[in-house]
Design a protein around this ligand. Structure first.
Ligand code: C5P
Length: 209
């Protein structure tokens, strides 16, 4: 049978990355964090001195940037997350990144991908689809802790505002908006520990494969 493809979607700081990593380890599948691709485009735009809202500059960059040129650490900051959601709303950026993601998903043994549109657009045929959510307050608290660990000083209120703005932009765009696929299982991690959420995620995949 074809390899197991697991699609993990959800809003910023919902816990989807942590769960996708746990699923990847549990099933021995390669993992792609697709948010990093949008973050790389944003980083390349800023490094080149382009206005982040310039769709022509973004379209020309997306076809030439190489993953190997970026250290992951330079992509995780608050400013880049915000800039990534701006370029991610541009159809030319999204279409320019589709082939890389589908190639990754097509590996013989299967794969785990996380993002916003994996179950809806990138891998509509995935056997298992999770849509991971949590309240904006819980997500802001998690992101606050993560950013503090990186040495970024930001208030909880500022991060909550970031999250609400990013949710609105990701859900409101016309091209591949953030939304659960019809056949996705929704997993609300607000009140769950990582261990509980990981067990729930594995149980969902077990029912689907
Ligand atoms: O998941 P992460 O926060 O790293 O994603 C950064 C931004 O990239 C998101 O806010 C979203 O706008 C965009 N993104 C997307 N589609 C994906 C993954 C990320 O639009 N599959």
């Amino acid at each position: 049978p074809a390899g197991l493809v697991i699609a993990v979607d959800g809003p910023a700081a919902s816990g989807k990355g942590t769960l996708a990593r746990r699923l990847s380890a549990h099933y021995g599948l390669p993992y792609l964090d697709t948010g990093l691709l949008y973050r790389m485009v944003a980083r390349a735009m800023l490094d080149a001195g382009h206005d982040i809202r310039d769709p022509d500059a973004a379209a020309s960059l997306v076809s030439i940037f190489e993953e190997s040129a970026f250290a992951e650490d330079t992509l995780r900051g608050r400013e880049i997350g915000e800039a990534a959601s701006v370029v991610a709303a541009m159809p030319a950026v999204r279409s320019g990144l589709i082939a890389r993601q589908r190639q990754f998903a097509a590996q013989a043994g299967g794969a785990v991908l996380d993002g916003r549109d994996i179950g809806t657009v990138i891998c509509p045929q995935a056997q298992a689809k999770l849509f991971v959510t949590a309240t904006p307050e819980v997500r802001a608290a998690r992101r606050h802790k993560e950013l503090a660990g990186r040495g970024e000083t930001a208030t909880f209120e500022g991060i909550l505002a970031d999250i609400r703005r990013r949710d609105a932009r990701d859900s409101g765009r016309s091209d591949a908006p953030l939304k659960a696929a019809d056949d996705a299982v929704i997993l609300d991690t607000s009140a769950l520990t990582v261990e509980e959420a990981a067990a729930a995620a594995i149980a969902i995949v077990e029912r689907r494969r």
